[in-house]
Design a protein around this ligand. Sequence first.
Ligand SMILES: Nc1nc2c(ncn2[C@@H]2O[C@H](COP(=O)(O)OP(=O)(O)O)[C@@H](O)[C@H]2O)c(=O)[nH]1
Ligand SMILES: [Mg+2]
Length: 385
Amino acid sequence: MLLGFVGLPNSGKSTMLKAATLADVQIANYPFTTIEPNQAVGYLITDCPCRKLGVSCNPQNSKCLNGKRWIPVKLLDVAGLVPGAHEGKGLGNRFLDDLRQADGLIHVLDASGLTDSEGKQRPSDNLWDPENNIKVLEGEIDEWLFDIIQKNIEKVENLARMKKIPVERLLGEKLSGLGINEDDIKRASGKADMKSREFATILRKESKPIMIAANKIDKESARNNYESIKSKRQNVIPTSADFELALREAAEHGMIDYQPGDSDFSLKGDVNEKQKEALEFIRRNVLKVYGSTGVQKALNSMVFDMLHYIPVYPVASISRLSDSKGNVLPDVHLVKKGTTMKELAGKVHSTMADKFIGGLDLDRKKVGADHELKSGDVVEIIFSK
Ligand SMILES: Nc1nc2c(ncn2[C@@H]2O[C@H](COP(=O)(O)OP(=O)(O)O)[C@@H](O)[C@H]2O)c(=O)[nH]1
Ligand SMILES: [Mg+2]
């Protein structure tokens, strides 16, 4: 799972990444083998089944804090979005290469209108309409996809005719490196001609879902812009990266009790008047108005709502709720909604899918290969020896 943070210069990408990754969580078995220089680790935070089951857990590939399971995900700093990036402007090529890898994109948008689409400051009496920046990002991805399709479509059509196989399948193979598959193409080709710009737009929506983080929501001028964007689009979350960073830093210094995603904090330890005032400002202007700083919500919502993943907890023994070493609720896996018991088995033990027999649910009831998993399920997978 790789989430890309993308946005025009000075929209707050670095601040949001810093906030999202600032957490002191020690994890025993990191699920990632490699982390590239422009990647970092952030966390999804969900209810851990340990509370409901009344057990204390020993997470291995994740972390449990106060009954909340922290699930690591890779975050990518997608640099170089500028108008014309698809033609190589700015860091165009790096931008496209980063996009290629991302499962979903979080568009960090300066909703305050204080910076234009080149990242330059605007005077407060002549603000920028952030809607323009959304069009820039969408437009760059669409043009990039459109160019790739134009370059390939004739060859693909000829080959498909020769080999008597569907053109969708061949194009799907050609574009698989962009995270686009045959099904995406079939859905899009039902709606538009493959050579049209509209086709590229539909493919972008299918394959690179974009969440809009309407950032700098703490600024007065961001409020109306946010309302206006939200009235026209789905998947818009108001965020204050600056305030989330401030809260996480305050929590780290022992000044407040606060967990990412919380709707409030409580003061503790040594806090001077000035700090108290600053924290009170955050509470009054963002937490009370929007329910949170939005940063954690954006991550969770991207993965669970837009990409349709669910967390599931496979265990070696359902009666002990543990792995073979006795670790209770050791690992959480992110799987697509609709994943079956047998598909999960294949993900947990790739070599053992053939030895799959069935599963046991929390009631120790047997479930078959086609049993669809639900969010938060704890299951035992049964293999033949
Ligand atoms: N008021 C406000 N300022 C922010 C917020 N997020 C970032 N900034 C400021 O915007 C400027 C650019 O932020 P940065 O993270 O470097 O942007 P990037 O170029 O997209 O990586 C910095 O001065 C940040 O402090 C926010 O949520 N609220
Ligand atoms: Mg930056």
